[in-house]
Design a protein around this ligand. Structure first.
Ligand code: UFG
Length: 364
């Protein structure tokens, strides 16, 4: 049953799982920035496994700061999406219209060490979420997927018709692929489902205010937060994983996309739900279509921050590919969206966040 108050349907709500994390928090911000009044409520559920909450606070720092930036309220529930009872209560309390599903474990290396934990959290969590959605008659879902589903590229740029699931090297990557397959099966079994799987390339950057950004626990696995922590003096040098790839300077090439562009892509994707006749499973890339090498990223960050970024070339990292970048045609066509922020914006905004908050949210 949809919740109603005195027979009047309550304000529609967008449920955001994992909304306290990096991409989730930026998407919540953009959703709130895009609404003039109270067209819909934002309801975030998060188990805080990768988000910081200050002592005595109910909400994690990321959400508290978003409320300050936007002057709007976020409904927050600390829960794990595998807890079907807790999740059901959220659907009974709010008039959930659609779900944006970010909640997942995402460290590639850790997933090799802990495959069961990854499959349980990412696949088990997604299944419980979709079961609960079905129970409450909610069939609109935006899924946080990854270009990792394409595996080793057979051709570039990577278009959505490129095969998926081949040669995936980590349980993390496989979990994203398996979830997409489950969603395809589900949308075939019941035409009510409208599922959009957004395949992110490499999200970087931070909100332009510098007040929220990526705050990885421990030593960062990904390039951009690592460079940022070297620039701010938390880490001494960057280790570049190989300079013998078949790329112009020998280092890995990726399609880095500003997290605010990525967030806007989610807002545009939600509009697809309103199109008459839209149904089924749709995978859409979110990238810029341009690749930059590790050394180009280092140079751009040095220019944006004015800081030296010492680095040392070491051997390749297991499972890494030489090059990937996206074909952006489908996102232009279906979403009317394109990334507008430059590499300079990505570095400048990351630096604003990192230099204002050298220890991440803990010092905010
Ligand atoms: N790199 C370094 N040193 C580092 C970290 C990264 O040289 O300390 C290099 C990598 O070898 C790669 C590039 O920087 O060439 C980007 O590496 P990231 O770890 O930032 O990103 P990946 O492309 O490896 O991984 C990202 C996401 C994953 C996703 C994957 C899909 O983080 O979640 O894309 O390709 F699965």
């Amino acid at each position: 049953m949809k919740p109603t108050e005195n027979g009047i349907t309550m304000t529609p709500a967008i449920l955001v799982t994992g909304g306290a994390g990096y991409v989730g928090s930026h998407t919540v911000t953009t959703l709130l920035e895009r609404q003039s009044g109270q067209e819909f409520e934002i309801v975030v559920v998060d188990n805080l496994s990768n988000a910081y909450r200050s002592e005595g606070q109910k909400k994690p720092e990321s959400l508290r700061i978003i409320e300050e930036i936007t002057n709007k309220t976020i409904h927050f529930y600390e829960l794990d999406i595998r807890d079907a009872d807790a999740l059901s209560k959220v659907f009974e309390t709010h008039n959930v219209e659609c779900v944006i599903h970010f909640a997942a474990l995402k460290a590639v290396g850790e997933s090799v060490e802990k495959p069961l934990e990854y499959y349980q959290a990412n696949i088990g969590g997604t299944c419980t979420l979709m079961e609960t959605m079905r129970k409450y008659g909610v069939f609109k879902l935006i899924y946080s997927s990854s270009c990792t589903v394409y595996g080793e590229p057979e051709r570039l740029p990577l278009d959505e018709g490129h095969p998926t699931g081949r040669g995936l090297t980590s349980p993390y990557g496989k979990s994203k692929y398996f979830c997409e397959e489950i969603m395809k099966d589900l949308s075939i079994s019941d035409k009510k489902w409208k599922i959009i799987s957004l395949r992110y390339f490499n999200p970087v950057g931070a909100h332009r205010s510098g007040r929220i950004g990526e705050d990885p626990a421990g030593i960062p696995n990904n390039l951009m937060p690592f460079i940022a922590q070297v620039a701010v003096g938390r880490l001494s040098e960057l280790k570049v994983f190989g300079n013998d790839y078949p790329t112009p300077d020998g280092t890995g090439v990726r399609d880095y996309i500003h997290v605010e562009d990525l967030a806007e892509g989610h807002v545009k994707a939600m509009k697809l739900f309103q199109q008459p006749g839209f149904s089924g499973f749709h995978a859409i890339n979110l990238g810029t279509g341009t690749g930059y090498s590790v050394l180009e990223m280092v140079a751009a960050f040095k220019a944006a921050s004015g800081k030296d970024i010492p680095y040392r070339i070491i051997g390749r990292r297991a499972g890494d590919i030489a090059t990937n970048y996206s074909d952006v045609a489908l996102s232009h066509k279906l979403l009317g969206w394109r990334a507008v922020k430059t590499l300079e914006d990505m570095c400048a905004d990351t630096w604003r966040w990192q230099s204002k908050n050298p220890n991440g949210f803990k010092t905010s």
